[in-house]
Design a protein around this ligand. Structure first.
Ligand SMILES: Cc1cc2nc3c(=O)[nH]c(=O)nc-3n(C[C@H](O)[C@H](O)[C@H](O)COP(=O)(O)O)c2cc1C
Length: 291
């Protein structure tokens, strides 16, 4: 067993799902007597990597990591063989295309001298296209502490736990890098409608510092990664995309509200019922390990 004394978690999170996973892992590491420093890549705080274990976490965006993670890795100091875990958080789980989502991040980290010995996929309620049922979201949140415990048990052994992505997924995930260009277009053409109260919350909270307030109206620039934080967190629901409209969930997305709702669920349905169909294969497999 590797003797880890301190860990640094660095994560990016748009709508809070990855943040919840980061804090679940932090809790389990602390239980094991490991000191943890957790940093969010929000364009405001600066992360440091001082511990003997490093965990990099990100939401899956179009079968890849968000640009904020690419930038962090590019600017990171040399790893000096630091034991490193890379954890992705997706809406769909370890299924077709997603299996290659950590490849380029791991490759860049290894090039920089990080010893990436562990990788894992967590699943959280999805924040795009259509929402899951309340029951399915409830199950994903219910299982999180157990998944975090399991991951930490494996991480502290220091044993290699790496996954082999499908070749086809590696290929498709490369093509899907086009999403990073689409993000610029998406971000630049967001606009606040007449409902905007000029509160400035979107500008304050944008993890890319992509929004500035001018004459009490937000102005959007080309540094967007489509994290959707501004769209979903706007109190007036005033921020509307011009392009890729159907990408956002019509009723909105609030992970804390989803969590509150889940507390009222008395009994969960069988996994096969809650996560039916091909698109839910990754979620089904994720949940079946624990239910
Ligand atoms: C731009 C974008 C692209 C996404 N692409 C994928 C994807 O390729 N596969 C997937 O399973 N989920 C995808 N998702 C869903 C997110 O990975 C998922 O909801 C995640 O939990 C969001 O994390 P966050 O709340 O920390 O931002 C995408 C979400 C966004 C906003």
């Amino acid at each position: 067993m590797d003797n880890f004394h301190s860990a640094d978690i660095v994560y990016f999170s748009g709508t809070g799902g990855t943040a919840k996973v980061a804090f679940a892992l932090e809790k389990e590491l602390i239980k094991k007597g490991i000191t943890v420093n957790t940093y969010e890549l929000n364009g405001k705080s600066k992360s440091e990597s001082l511990g003997d274990l490093f965990i990099l976490m990100f939401p899956v965006y179009a079968a890849n990591a968000p640009k904020s993670i690419d930038e962090w890795v590019k600017a990171a100091p040399f790893g000096n063989d630091k034991k490193t875990a890379v954890i992705s958080v997706s809406g769909g789980g370890e299924m077709i295309v997603n299996t290659a989502c950590r490849v380029s991040t791991i490759k860049s980290l290894v090039k920089k001298g990080y010893d990436v010995f562990y990788e894992e996929m967590f699943v959280m309620p999805t924040n795009c296209f259509v929402s899951n049922s309340d029951e399915l979201n409830g199950m994903l949140l219910d299982v999180l502490p157990r998944k975090a415990d399991n991951a930490v048990q494996k991480i502290i052994t220091g044993n290699v736990h790496r996954k082999k992505p499908l070749i086809i997924d590696r290929f498709i995930s490369k093509i899907m890098l086009i999403e990073k260009h689409a993000a610029k277009l998406f971000g630049k053409h967001l606009a606040a409608n007449a409902l905007c109260s000029g509160c400035g919350l979107c500008a304050e909270n944008c993890p890319r510092n992509n929004i500035i307030m001018q004459n009490q109206k937000p102005v959007f620039n080309g540094n967007c990664v489509i994290c959707l934080k501004c769209v979903y967190a706007c109190p007036q629901k005033a921020i509307i995309p011009k392009y890729f409209k159907s990408f956002t969930i019509k009723e909105g997305f609030d992970i804390d509200a989803i969590e509150e709702k889940a507390k009222n669920i008395i009994k969960y349905p069988p996994v096969k019922e809650a996560a039916k169909g091909f698109l839910y294969k990754g979620i089904r497999e994720y949940l079946e390990e624990d239910y």
